[in-house]
Design a protein around this ligand. Sequence first.
Ligand code: HEC
Length: 122
Amino acid sequence: MSPRYALMAAAFVAAVFTASRSEILAQAPIPGFEPQLEDIETFPAGPGREETFYGCTACHAFKLVAAQGMTGQLWDETIQVMIDKHKMNEPTQTDRAAMIAYLEKHYPPRTPRGGWQNPFAQ
Ligand code: HEC
């Protein structure tokens, strides 16, 4: 399994786990603890946040999105997968461009500081 896939799988499992856990908490409230839904305000402010957050959380946690880091082109392809495979409503061109710009800016590909290091080279 490639590290990127492992990361995606982990994020998905985390999102599912979080969802079922909050359902359990909703049934048996712990005194003084308020289970929270995801709050748009906890994600980076900027143009395109509304379109992206509400567009993507129609189906899954935004955490699943925020756990990724991709180029604009890969974000665009991811949106296409959501449309083709998962029946996401096709956003307008304006909304789609706003989503891609937001995702590209705030969730770019992550490279370790100093660039990629060969872990076997040490
Ligand atoms: C109509 C439902 C729907 C919408 C809307 C939606 N997704 Fe998804 N998404 C899914 C499903 C279902 C999965 C489950 C994993 C799978 O099978 O790919 C998923 C998984 C993902 C994943 C995990 C990696 C992967 O490819 O499986 C990413 C990243 C993702 N979505 C991004 C987005 C983004 C970004 C948006 C908003 C622009 C979005 N999704 C909107 C249904 C949706």
